[in-house]
Design a protein around this ligand. Structure first.
Ligand code: HEC
Ligand code: HEC
Length: 504
């Protein structure tokens, strides 16, 4: 917590996702495209195919422009954003991998220089030298992947580094190899898809058909490398991580599973339009294939980022920069003493450091709707019980007094009217709203931590007792602090559910 908190109106997850997805597409294309260019050039020179050489020259211009300009801008953008969003995690990654970064940047400089020489060397250099520069480019680009892959995969599976703190243990971590092969496959796939986009615009029909077939092979090879290594990657992740994710991260995992169908469709399109009917190939087909490839890859990245939650470095540092190893210290001494830059408003500072990196009040992942119509005591109870909520949250690492300060702070920003007034509902209907707000974050009927068996079928009097002792039912479960109207409505709702067998 040695940094000030960057508090703006945006959702940090969205901001990061927006720039990272874009960068990741470009940077993988930068690797696969480099390989594609130099291999295709060698082939074209050997067969004295001047049409293909002209096409490659055009492609390399498009290639160098997109990868260098967009790749560099978004790459710097990522550093900028993560430095603002999570300076502690950024610092931790820099410290641990300082020589890794230095090596990666060296390769990056070589990559840029080689790309420029390659682009301007088409007519100025001897064919052989030009190809050597092409290989230098690809080698440097792939090596920069090799290094960044070690650091990225470390964040998900730090492996024995957690015990040893050794650079190489962290770098060659359990998902290093599968992830490297996978990303190499992605690079080849993207090279095929990007070059198909360019090939679709070639004028001469027979040159176009031949180039389309050639590029299609790249796409298919990329798919063939990527698909099995995705399974390999998944299996290389420790079960404790994947199982937890399957239980709590439904949406990204489902999106990822469905995305395999897109990969199937992509393979079919490649075979049909790229190989069988390559003369009919059009820019529209190319664009559809590109979109399918990007969505498939994008859903993998989303899955990979999601299953790490609530950690930023698994089992080491949480998304809000609190460190697992310091959990007891924070709980004993309080979180506030560890916050170096304070604004004078303790509740607001605590909220920023405990919750704000993942939630806004009323924008992205908003808390206001979850708390409207409740009270400071209840909110403080939820702060203390975050681990029991549906979703995947870090525990609150602070004292009870600090949780109360966060409760007061959030309460000051929500709709403070009672639920009956906000919703205009009464009776069992109001009761359902009370359940959703005060119980449903932690117990879903027929779903997460279902309590139907215990609650449904209880008499009203027993429910009264249950609500009286709610605060004692589970360590993370807050006391019932709703008003009398809400209490009666909740009981009416629960007894009405019991009579229709929990069908509602
Ligand atoms: C590392 C990220 C992270 C941090 C830090 C975090 N949360 Fe969450 N929170 C989540 C995620 C992810 C969900 C699940 C969202 C979903 O299911 O749509 C969630 C859900 C919630 C919900 C339920 C929202 C709903 O509408 O059902 C509440 C309430 C909540 N968090 C409160 C808090 C509070 C209070 C804090 C600070 C003490 C906090 N969270 C800190 C990630 C985080
Ligand atoms: C912050 C999360 C949270 C909220 C909110 C919450 N509970 Fe719980 N509840 C728990 C936890 C944790 C336990 C103890 C572990 C368990 O039994 O799953 C628990 C236990 C229970 C139990 C007893 C255990 C059993 O199986 O019989 C019942 C009944 C229950 N809750 C009902 C409710 C009702 C009704 C509400 C709303 C008034 C509510 N809970 C609100 C987290 C919560």
């Amino acid at each position: 917590m040695n940094y000030p908190f960057w508090d703006t109106a945006t959702g940090y997850g969205l901001l990061m996702a927006g720039i990272a997805v874009f960068h990741v597409f470009i940077s993988h294309f930068a690797i696969g495209g480099g390989l594609y260019l130099v291999v295709a050039e060698t082939f074209a020179r050997r067969t004295r195919d001047s049409a293909r050489l002209a096409y490659l020259k055009g492609l390399s211009k498009f290639f160098v422009l997109t990868t260098l300009v967009l790749g560099a801008v978004t790459g710097v953008g990522i550093w900028f954003i993560i430095g603002l969003l999570n300076p502690a995690a950024t610092e931790m990654l820099i410290h641990n991998f300082v020589w890794g970064w230095a090596t990666e940047w060296t390769f990056f400089v070589v990559e840029i220089a080689a790309a420029l020489i390659y682009l301007y060397g088409w007519d100025r250099m001897a064919a052989k030298d030009h190809q050597i520069v092409g290989w230098i480019y690809f080698g440097a680009a792939w090596m920069s992947l090799f290094i960044i892959n070690g650091i990225l995969s470390f964040m998900l599976t730090p492996g024995t580094w957690l015990a040893t703190g050794n650079f190489w243990d962290g770098f060659f971590n359990p998902t290093f190899l599968s992830s490297l092969v996978l990303r190499t496959g992605v690079s080849i796939l993207l090279a095929g898809l990007f070059s198909l986009l360019v090939a679709a615009r070639l004028k001469d029909p027979s040159a176009r058909a031949a180039t389309v077939r050639y590029n299609t092979i790249w796409g298919l090879v990329g798919l063939a490398v990527m698909a099995p290594s995705l399974l390999w990657f998944w299996n290389a992740i420790p079960d404790s991580i994947t199982q937890g994710a399957v239980d709590t991260m439904r949406l990204p995992l489902q999106a990822y599973e469905y995305s395999w169908w897109l990969a199937g469709v992509l393979a079919a399109l490649l075979i049909v339009f790229g190989l069988l009917f390559s003369r009919r190939f059009s820019i529209i087909v190319a664009a559809v294939m590109m979109a399918l490839g990007l969505v498939w890859f994008g859903s993998f990245e989303w899955m990979r980022e999601s299953i790490r939650k609530p950690f930023v470095v698994y089992d080491y540092m949480y998304g809000n920069a609190t460190e697992l190893a310091l959990a007891d210290t924070y709980r004993d001494t309080g979180l506030l003493t560890h916050i170096e830059f304070r604004t004078g408003d303790d509740g607001a500072d605590l909220f920023r450091h405990a919750c704000r990196s993942c939630h806004t009040i009323d924008g992205y992942q908003p808390l206001k709707p979850a708390f409207d119509g409740t009270d400071p005591e209840y909110i403080a109870g939820i702060v203390l019980g975050t681990v029991a909520l549906r979703g995947n949250m870090p525990p609150f690492l602070g004292t009870e007094e600090e949780a109360a300060l966060i409760g007061d702070h959030i309460y000051g920003l929500i709709d403070q009217r009672h639920l009956a007034e906000i919703t205009g509902a009464e009776g069992a209907e109001l009761g359902k709203r009370v359940y959703d707000v005060r119980c449903g974050r932690c117990h879903v009927f027929g779903g997460y931590s279902d309590k139907a068996e215990s609650i449904l079928g209880m008499e009203a009097a027993d429910l009264e007792d249950l609500l009286d002792m709610a605060g004692d039912l589970g360590e993370e479960m807050p006391a019932f602090t709703g008003d009398d109207v809400e209490r009666a409505a909740l009981i009416a709702y629960l007894t009405s559910l019991a009579t229709d067998g929990g069908q509602n």
